[in-house]
Write a protein that binds this ligand. Sequence first.
Ligand code: HGY
Ligand code: MN
Ligand code: MN
Length: 406
Amino acid sequence: MAVIGPSARRIAERAAALARIGAVGEGVTRLGLTPEERRAHALVARWLAELGGRVRRDEAGNVFARVGGGGSPVLIGSHLDSVPEGGRYDGALGVVVAVEALEALRAAKVVLRRPVEVVGWADEEGVRFGLGLYGSSAAFGRLPAQAAERTDARGVSIREALRALGLRGDPARARIRKGSLRAYIEPHIEQGPRLARQGRALAVVTTIVGIAHGRVTVRGRQDHAGTTPMSERRDALAAAADLIAAIARAAAARRDAVATVGEIAVRPGAKNVVPGECAFSLDVRAPRERDVAAVLRAVRVAAAALDRERGVRTSLGRMDRVPVTALDRSLRGLLRRACAAAGVDAPELVSGAGHDAMNAQLDGVPAGMIFIRSRGGSHSPREAADPRDAARAAAALAEALRELCG
Ligand code: HGY
Ligand code: MN
Ligand code: MN
């Protein structure tokens, strides 16, 4: 069989070109449904058009390009948005690797019997509107009710943001017909230390953790910082601080569970005013559903105790949930064989990060993921990846496509 040889140099160049869109120092800020994300989609669309891809944008703002003939395609890709001041490889390197796999198949003159479609998902991070995995949720029919009405910090709704991008404003219209895809494969950096520690370039993902996202609001009583005795205060921020510490303890008490408070807002927010209200984000994850539920229960118990002790009122708002998602078993085997054909003995790992592959799998599309060794953590400008490892991932993906479509 023809040797498939992706180009690490072209991968490095294209990852750097994407990183220049929304660049902030060594990192990037490319939030969902923004002009920066749209520019990244346009750049990837140009690469795919040069490959002969038939490019289209759906009503949720995702970009697709299909190569090859008729039949149900294999969809490959990842997301092109980032967190604020995030890394340049989270999502973007997976899209570059997907394009490079097509480049390598074309160079090896592999004839595709089944079409391959590359996707750049919109707003996977959910930073701006608070709705994670947004683009793939729209495509796989998993948007929550009234998703288009979700607003950002300036009160702009998803509907308005889509219209500003020249779309009609109804992301539900992006729904891909159920059963129309043969498989979904997502290359993505690991975003953790395991592959680097094991000295391995690639891994195949077995399961993706369950995730609960929500907002907690603590309401106390706004008061004068100088004339209100400590014993008479209903300090919303002090109560929230106790609750946030209790949340961390609840997660630490359960194997492999994690909980994070990444955003917090205080009202009225003045140094000489006892805070009357405090709202903060909550992100709870675990590889077992019962542990996600157990942490959420512990949060509610801790909040009720604080309400009694501090005379505040705590509410846990709407929780967006994605269940623990086991990826397709046969695809896992195929991806391990493909990694071996690319010269990598890939271990299997559980993913602590959420991914668009969850929505594909939950919609009945056999989904698989190839992790690429990364260093420097993630969701940080320190995030780093070696283009040679990315080229190995592209070779593995090309081998997988040769088996699925060749
Ligand atoms: O939050 C996550 O796990 C992913 O990066 N969106
Ligand atoms: Mn991310
Ligand atoms: Mn990601």
